[in-house]
Design a protein around this ligand. Sequence first.
Ligand code: MG
Length: 163
Amino acid sequence: MEAEAFRVGIGHDTHRLEAGGPLRLGGIDLPSDFHAVGHSDADALLHAITDAILGAAAIGDIGDLFPDTAEENRGRDSADMLTEAIARARQSGFRLANLDCIVHLERPKLALHKQKMIERIESIVGLPPFRVGLKAKTGEQVGPVGQSAAIMAQCVALMYRDE
Ligand code: MG
């Protein structure tokens, strides 16, 4: 197997939480007592996925492509940014194999919403079923996640060369 056949990328993101829902996460609005604060729609999970994909293709990061100083990115739908990252990776010769993600959030519990989030992510990135892993972890009531001051997300993406 060629050394260049596969590429792995990692993404991480943090957003501050403030009172009042809904919470934008994984491309959908979840019922929540908190919302995430950011320049775009503050979707920490889609931002982590976007950075993992850009990282795997080594074509920069989300801040390079979509600066938070740009007016055009204010309130921007993060699904648009993820779609653009996928397109750019394709232009570099890479297609997505799978994603594995972790969301760190004290509440709401994500168990009831996970499948809907997975299906939304599959549709944005163009993957068939069983290629997107999603785990939810609390902060055990300590630290910024545990105190519901922040949401964090992590993602690993595997891409393969397809030219
Ligand atoms: Mg972000």
